[in-house]
Design a protein around this ligand. Structure first.
Ligand code: NAD
Ligand code: MG
Length: 384
């Protein structure tokens, strides 16, 4: 049976991994919409290759270039944030939400409102909208499948079990490229060093998040919404080899873990084929070759992000959206070479300490919180 597919963020790292799998299984899929921020040439190339119905650039300034590149192809071109939402609302059977940041929230919500399968990579959207997104999933009968490797692992380990029997859910963290760096070295860490992840090849923002451990902090909040067993049952462990993607321990002492190569095509394939399975071209795990798997406690002195995220999740309401927005601004500032690596968490903590907006009642409240937190973060960063 042919299924329809939309990829939000088709030109990114997750977008490329998704389309690589689709390319190998062309007969099973019909592509509705592919979207990008501003890379019109690459987006047009993908839209033509995959015979998409429509290609959308979020940045309207890139629309003329997209139109040119698609001329004569019969593929519709559109630009701007509302066009992005309209494309997501075309109602594909499966929507891969792979935009980076809270910028993905509106189109992801539009896809959820159509009630299909949402393969969610865009963790910032769920962190920011939290209960509002989870309620929309239930209201519209959508199916939210986690693509983030840890959450996909947990989803697989929970299959067929009652969450009432869960003792712990343990998220594994590689620890990032700086896990063994001293504080003095961290202070001087450069953007180029931060995006050089030892195990995974990813977009710049998540690579920095991985280096600060904000990625794991965001993932803790993501897990809290996806698997509501209570925050006190969610733990983080550093596992430098990134082979065990996460674990679930049950009350009888059984721990189930999902292992696999550090290749996002594995969790993406799991979501695309769910509840079935599909082939991937990934090199199979060779545990004898890997030899040993190690685990250690996270160090929240050098990497305070997981503490900040846990506190934000405990506070709930709008606070995780504030944390996310402040982090997005701090990361962009660091990538632009305008703040030190170790200031990222400090900026986020300053913004969190500056105010506490009330819980959002609806999506537009979430956007308001996100907007104000960004403004405050810019002020904090500029004033430091
Ligand atoms: P990326 O930077 O490689 O790609 C991001 C995509 O979003 C691109 O297509 C880009 O054009 C688009 N985009 C960026 N800004 C936009 C905007 N303002 N409006 C509309 N579109 C915009 O990022 P990535 O590494 O593919 O990550 C995507 C998401 O998946 C992130 O939320 C990330 O945390 C999550 N994720 C990524 C990985 C990974 O291995 N890359 C793993 C787990 C989760
Ligand atoms: Mg992850």
């Amino acid at each position: 049976m042919v299924r329809t597919l939309t990829v939000l963020g088709a030109t990114g790292s997750i977008g490329a991994s998704t389309l690589d799998l689709i390319r190998r299984n062309r007969d099973d899929w019909r592509v509705i919409a592919l979207t990008a921020h501003a890379n019109a040439v690459e987006l047009a190339r993908l839209a033509i290759e995959f015979c998409a119905e429509i290609a959308v650039v979020a940045d309207e300034a890139a629309l003329p270039a997209l139109r040119d590149a698609l001329a004569g192809s019969g593929i519709a071109a559109a630009g701007g944030e509302s066009a992005l939402v309209e494309a997501a609302a075309r109602g594909a059977d499966v929507t891969v939400a792979a935009i980076v940041g809270c910028a993905g929230l509106a189109p992801t919500m539009a896809a959820i409102e159509q009630g299909g399968v949402i393969a969610l990579a865009n963790k910032e959207a769920l962190v920011s909208a939290g209960e509002v997104m989870i309620a929309a999933v239930a209201r519209h009968g959508a199916t939210l499948l986690p693509v983030d490797s840890e959450h996909n692992a947990i989803f697989q380990c929970l299959a067929g079990n009652d969450t009432a029997h869960v003792r712990w859910i343990t998220l594994t963290a590689s620890g990032g490229p700086f896990r063994d760096w001293t504080w003095d070295r961290l202070v001087a860490a450069t953007p180029a060093e931060a995006v050089r992840h030892p195990n995974w090849s990813m977009g710049a923002k998540i690579s920095v998040d991985s280096a600060t451990m904000f990625n794991k902090g965001l993932e803790l909040i993501e897990a809290h919404h996806l698997f509501p067993v209570g925050l006190d049952r969610l733990r983080i462990i550093v596992h430098p080899q990134s082979v065990v993607h996460s674990m679930v321990e049950y009350r009888d002492g059984s721990t189930l873990a999902q292992l696999g190569p550090s290749d996002m095509r594995v969790p993406i394939a799991s979501a695309l084929a769910w509840p079935g399975r599909m082939d991937t071209p990934c090199t199979p795990l060779d545990l004898a070759e890997i030899g040993s798997l190690t685990f250690r406690k996270p160090d929240e002195e050098r990497f305070p992000a997981t503490r900040l995220a846990r506190e934000a999740a405990q506070a709930g309401g709008s606070i995780p959206a504030v944390l996310n927005a402040a982090n997005e601004i701090a990361v962009a500032t660091f990538l632009a070479g305008q703040t030190a690596f170790t200031r990222i968490a400090a900026h986020v903590e300053d913004v969190l300490g500056s105010y506490a907006p009330p819980p959002p009642a609806c999506l537009s409240d979430v956007f308001d919180v996100d907007r104000e937190a960004r403004a405050r973060a810019r002020a904090v960063v500029a004033g430091s």
